[in-house]
Ligand binder design. Structure first.
Ligand SMILES: [Ca+2]
Ligand SMILES: [Ca+2]
Ligand SMILES: [Ca+2]
Ligand SMILES: [Ca+2]
Length: 115
């Protein structure tokens, strides 16, 4: 499907002169690959345990903080960084499970995460 879309975009660029930027597959949402990496059980939902475990994965330099360079989603960093110091503590990180869980089912689905 992704490959097909790419072909269609290439055709659109050729025929209509659409800019390449307009055909960027990565919209203002995270890629499926990034979601799948968080959703280790592959059930399409991110549990609290999966989300908490991701903190350590993304904290590449192991300083106990996830900064903007380590953040892999396209958005959401600012909503978690409540003290606006450009760094997420584990407590700020874990607040996503509450702040983003719109339907209150204890899980984050892609629609809740990629706003
Ligand atoms: Ca899961
Ligand atoms: Ca870090
Ligand atoms: Ca912070
Ligand atoms: Ca939910």
């Amino acid at each position: 499907m992704g490959k097909f879309k790419g072909i269609m975009c290439a055709a659109a660029i050729a025929v209509m002169g659409v800019t390449a930027a307009g055909c960027d597959d990565e919209d203002a949402v995270v890629t499926n690959a990034e979601f799948d990496a968080i959703d280790t059980s592959n059930d399409g939902l991110v549990s609290a345990a999966e989300w908490n475990a991701t903190f350590a994965v993304w904290d590449v330099n192991g300083d106990g903080i996830v900064n903007q360079n380590e953040w892999l989603l396209d958005s959401g960093f600012g909503t978690l960084d409540v003290d606006a110091n450009a760094a997420l503590t584990e407590a700020e990180w874990n607040s996503a499970m509450v702040n983003w869980d719109v339907d209150n089912d204890g899980f984050l689905d892609p629609g809740e995460m990629f706003f």
